[in-house]
Design a protein around this ligand. Structure first.
Ligand code: SF4
Ligand code: SF4
Length: 208
């Protein structure tokens, strides 16, 4: 049975901006500072909190550099974050979310998400062994063919659930009042990780 093995071609590091979870932004910035690299990180999906009048950012994108590659990719296709602080999207590649949907339900004060995962055909290994991969996935399932990638995806999903769960708890405790936002709103964005931690401190003090 074929088992995924990265060929180190670096194709996935040149494809598109890299999705980051909110807490990963701090790690990536810290590593960029340590390595003396310039990085540009832009907000992705946001929800609006009417109480703090801020946009809570639930995902970010690490932009590719001017030469069209991830700033952490070296000229010989090595990842400078490998083994220390690689974003979960990179660790799960080529098993990646094709779509992530967020649902903000004001009637029950609940926010949830749903991720739809798939195998990226941009990956060199996937291209090379597409037939064998298809057969092995059919016979043994994704988990057996992409074991490390599957567990990294699971880890990322657990984090996404954590963000959804914490915002739902804060909402039901009256500490946020969430709205989905379809268009750009001119208010200050805040990282969801930082925001949730600050509100947990308030929630704890209220429960004492
Ligand atoms: S962080 Fe590493 S694995 Fe991820 S895109 Fe950049 S160089 Fe590639
Ligand atoms: S495209 Fe696939 S084989 Fe190439 S570096 Fe990325 S994960 Fe590895």
């Amino acid at each position: 049975m074929v088992v995924f093995k990265c060929m180190g071609c670096g194709v996935c590091c040149r494809l598109s901006p890299i999705t980051l979870l909110p807490h990963e932004v701090y790690i990536v910035k810290r590593e960029a500072r340590r390595l003396g690299l310039e990085v540009s990180i832009k907000p992705g999906y946001k929800v609006y909190d009417a109480l703090s009048r801020r946009l809570i950012v639930l995902s970010y994108h690490l932009e590719l550099d001017s030469s069209g590659k991830c700033p952490f990719l070296t000229s010989n296709n090595k990842c400078l974050l490998h083994g220390r602080a690689k974003p979960s999207t990179c660790k799960s590649f080529p098993y990646v979310p094709k779509e992530i949907h967020y649902y903000v339900d004001r009637s029950t004060r609940t926010i949830i998400h749903r991720s739809v995962y798939g195998i990226s055909t941009a990956c060199l290994f996937v291209k090379k062994f597409s037939k064998q991969i298809e057969e092995a996935v059919k016979a043994y399932g994704i988990k057996k063919v992409f074991p490390l990638e599957y567990s990294s995806a699971l880890e990322a999903e657990n984090w996404r659930y954590w963000y959804m769960r914490m915002l739902t708890i804060l909402w039901r405790s009256g500490l946020v009042d969430l709205y989905s936002v379809d268009d750009e709103v001119e208010v200050e964005p805040v990282n969801a990780y930082e925001f949730i931690l600050s509100r947990i401190i308030i929630l704890r003090s209220l429960l004492r």
